[in-house]
Design a protein around this ligand. Structure first.
Ligand code: NDP
Length: 790
């Protein structure tokens, strides 16, 4: 056979090497050693460490280890720059972002080569995916910069943002963080990951070339300690982090009580569901992208294959054949599918997890071909014969390792898909669009791809549910996390509630012959407190006006259980939820006089105005229930992304001590409007206005379990709620110490928290609180990608 015929026969590729020279020349121009980029200038290199090429272990450059002093200098520069940067017109900011986009594009090949050298990812990916998406991000956010005030009226930037990014998409994660922060008017101090600092340093040079005012972008390189110094810096207003769930939890704990804004984009163990009617060849190609893109070092990697049992054998056989044709090798070879993992420590970590899987009884398959030695290379790996509790099924492996399981029914697929502490992404393959669109809303994940996978775009939000974090990157939601209402900066500390001495300290005094102790309200039924104790409620003169149950952990557990059983409230139509809230308002209005009298009894204030405000608030959110909804994005791909606004889940609310009725209703109404079942702890000073609501709830068609009320000591109950893994989000009205406690205690399942931090939020203010303030906090956006158009 002649050579050409042979090539056609074997379909063997020859090498197609990309030259490393331009990137090496750039490193040489910097003498192979870098300081930090602070206040628009390069610092003298300090103590340095080596950034290595994981494909061959050779050192590429020396990078400085950022100290707390370096971080402080960068924060000071960012603080000074914030004044003028945030005062620029949107158009001016847009021009800078546009200039950055243009320069990234102009130098795209240099960025791509440097990224592949430093990270080990195939040049095919850095050239065709990472860098074009970086440019797209800056272009897209130039527009947000210009339209910020129109689209986000009343919102202002946080100030100085500390941003900490991982090594898997070094420049892309930088773009995801810096573009929205700058568009919103913030300045930034960013730390790249220790393994992959080089493209961030090249980006700093692009900022110089774009004439970006000094101090707007500061890059401080270093290890985890440098990240910690950023998190701990008192003059940073917001932290944005992408990385492991473990470090994300540490950052949540470290920022508790500081009032810093926080968004976390963490790990995943995303399901890749293939139904029996899927186009199997497409699903296999999708799977190659899902798990072997970037060597599987992708937070949203489709690392858990769930196949319908009827096609399992055929699918696995085809998959093994396809795995055998994947090419592992030099990342700078353009015909390579799988490059090098980022560092030897990651190779060891992945190997250990695979070994553990085998030790637990799993079958491990690797194709029979050679891979290069001397670098961080691993073969594509498939693990079968596992059960849901296997380590390799539950842990994020973050390498080229796929774990496969089967299911029989769509219900079982959903149960397996959701059987994880993560909730970042999911993929569904089926030629039956009805089936795919039936499954998508049932998956607890921030992104769902139908008949496609790993689609990303700047216009489409990305981020997780559950322990995959909170906040979004990209899209309008992504801009939202870099701003806050202007009025928040004027909040003053709330006056401490006046302690009213009880007329008698004897617990037996004041009770009538009949038991008037209000019970708890759990699962639609009145329940006695587990403790068997009650708490007195005193009027303004210290007189006993009633008693309520003294709730404890057991009552909270029962209430959370009832709320979880009522999660179906989120599937009720928005129209239905709206009707229930209107009905609630109407029934409260009927009993205006009685509720007003109860407020007067407890507070000495005339209660009519508060009842009227509570009725108005219920009306307001009944009106919002079917209007606060999503959008359809048109990314530059053959797809649309439906941004669906979903409830977060079980929401715990600790209401303020003041305004016994409105204080609870103002928080309950937006939570219910958006479909969250609630566990409510009413004012512990004046809980009777809420215990009187039971009958109103019962007569207003509120399904049982949707509102659960536990009375007692707010601080004690708040801790139990914050620690409870069955609670998905928590709003806490109380003092600074209690707020810190709630934020710290919530790290267990990374529940989303909102705390008042002892500040004087006036919930009666309709301008501030009848709008989206709490609606945003009651919801999370799921982006469902669907093939669309030609
Ligand atoms: P980390 O979460 O440790 O690193 C992410 C970033 O945070 C890096 O810049 C890191 O610095 C920095 N950092 C580390 N510790 C702290 C801290 N205490 N405070 C502030 N910043 C800190 O991920 P690793 O690089 O260690 O990877 C470990 C595992 O995490 C991976 O195997 C993978 O499973 C997972 N991971 C998940 C990612 C995702 O997107 N889901 C991304 C990266 C990792 P430095 O680089 O110096 O450590």
């Amino acid at each position: 056979m002649n050579k050409i015929a042979q090539i056609f026969e074997t379909l063997e590729y020859g090498p197609a090497p990309e030259s490393a020279q331009p990137a090496l020349d750039w490193l040489k121009a910097h003498d192979g050693i870098f300081g930090h980029f602070i206040n628009g200038a390069w610092t003298r290199p300090g103590k340095t460490f080596s950034s290595d090429n994981p494909a061959n272990g050779q050192s590429l450059a020396q990078v400085s280890e950022g100290t707390a002093e370096d971080v402080d200098k960068a924060v000071k520069a960012a603080r000074i720059a914030f004044k003028s940067w945030s005062a620029l017109s949107g158009y001016e900011r847009a021009k800078y972002l546009y200039a950055i986009a243009r320069l990234v594009q102009k130098h795209s090949r240099l960025f791509a080569v440097l990224e592949s050298l430093d990270n080990g990812k195939p040049i095919r990916e850095s050239r065709d995916i990472d860098i074009p998406l970086v440019a797209r991000h800056f272009y897209h956010h130039a527009g947000w910069g210009q339209h910020r005030d129109r689209e986000f009226p009343g919102q202002v930037p946080y100030g100085v943002c500390g941003q900490i990014i991982p090594w898997n998409f070094p420049l892309l994660m930088l773009a995801w963080k810096i573009a929205p922060a700058l568009a919103a008017g913030n300045t930034v101090v960013l730390k790249p990951a220790e393994f992959t600092s080089l493209t961030a340093l090249l980006f700093a040079e692009i900022c110089e070339k774009a004439g970006l005012p000094k101090g707007v972008v500061n890059i401080v390189t270093g290890f985890g300690d440098t990240g910690q110094a950023i998190v701990a810096h008192p003059d940073i207003d917001k932290i944005a982090f992408t990385g492991s769930t473990e470090v994300g939890k540490a950052i949540r704990a470290a920022t508790a009580g500081t009032g810093k804004g926080l968004s976390l984009e963490l790990g995943g163990k995303s399901p890749y569901i293939v139904f029996e009617d899927a186009d199997i060849d497409s699903a296999i190609e999708g799977l190659v992208d899902a798990i072997w893109f970037n060597q599987g070092q992708v937070c949203c990697a489709g690392s858990r294959l769930l196949i319908q049992e009827s096609i399992e054998d055929r699918f696995i056989a085809k998959l093994k054949k396809r795995m055998a044709s994947l090419r592992v090798g030099d990342p700078l070879d353009k015909a390579i599918d799988i490059g090098a993992l980022v560092a030897p420590v990651q190779v060891e970590r992945v190997r250990d997890l695979v070994k553990k899987g085998a030790a637990e009884g799993a079958q491990v398959y690797e194709p029979d071909f050679d891979i290069p030695g001397g670098g961080c290379f691993l073969k594509p790996t498939l693990i079968t014969n596992v059960s849901p509790s296997h380590t390799v099924v539950t842990e994020e492996i973050f390498g080229p390792v796929l774990v496969a399981m089967s299911f029989r029914t769509p219900e079982e697929a959903v149960a397996l898909a959701n059987n994880t502490r993560y909730g970042l992404a999911a993929t569904i393959w089926s030629e039956n669009i009805n089936l795919a669109l039936d499954i998508a809303p049932k998956i607890k994940a921030g992104v769902v791809w139908i008949n496609g996978t790993n689609n990303f775009d700047a216009a489409v939000g990305f981020g997780g549910y559950k322990e995959s974090g909170f906040g979004r990157e990209g899209g309008k939601e992504g801009m939202g996390v870099y701003m806050k209402p202007a009025w928040e900066k004027d909040l003053k500390p709330a006056a401490a509630a006046k302690a009213v001495p009880a007329k008698s300290a004897n617990p037996l005094d004041g009770g009538d012959s009949i038991d008037q102790t209000a019970k708890m309200y759990i699962g639609g039924k009145q329940a006695r407190p587990d403790s068997g104790y009650s708490r007195p409620v005193h009027g303004p003169g210290g007189n006993l006006v009633g008693e309520v149950g003294d709730g404890n952990r057991k009552d909270i557990r029962n209430a959370v259980e009832a709320a979880r059983a009522a999660l179906g409230w989120g599937n009720a139509s928005a129209h239905n939820r709206s009707q229930v809230l209107y009905f609630l308002a109407e029934n409260l209005q009927y009993r205006r006089a009685e509720f007003a009298a109860r407020i007067r009894e407890q507070t000495g204030e005339k209660g009519e105005a508060e009842v009227d405000a509570a009725v108005e608030r219920l009306f307001a959110f009944a009106g919002w229930a079917d209007k606060y909804d999503g959008a359809v994005h048109n990314p530059p791909l053959r797809a649309i992304a439906a941004a669906m606004v979903e409830p977060i889940g079980v929401l715990a609310i600790v209401a303020p001590a003041a305004r016994p009725l409105l204080g609870s209703v103002a928080l309950l109404a937006p939570a219910l409007a958006m479909g969250n079942p609630v566990v409510l702890v009413p004012s512990d000073k004046a809980p009777l206005s809420v215990t009187d609501l039971y009958q109103v709830l019962e007569t207003s068609d509120v399904p049982s379990g949707v509102v659960n009320i536990v009375t007692g000591d707010s601080a004690v109950l708040a801790r139990t709620l914050a620690e409870h893994d069955g609670v998905d989000a928590m709003w806490y009205f109380g003092d600074a110490a209690g707020s810190t406690m709630v934020e710290k205690a919530s790290t267990g399942n990374l529940k989303q928290t909102w705390t008042s931090r002892g500040l004087n939020y006036d919930l009666a203010d309709t301008g501030k609180f009848e709008g989206d303030y709490f609606l945003r906090r009651a919801t999370q956006v799921k982006n469902v990608w669907v093939p669309y158009g030609a």
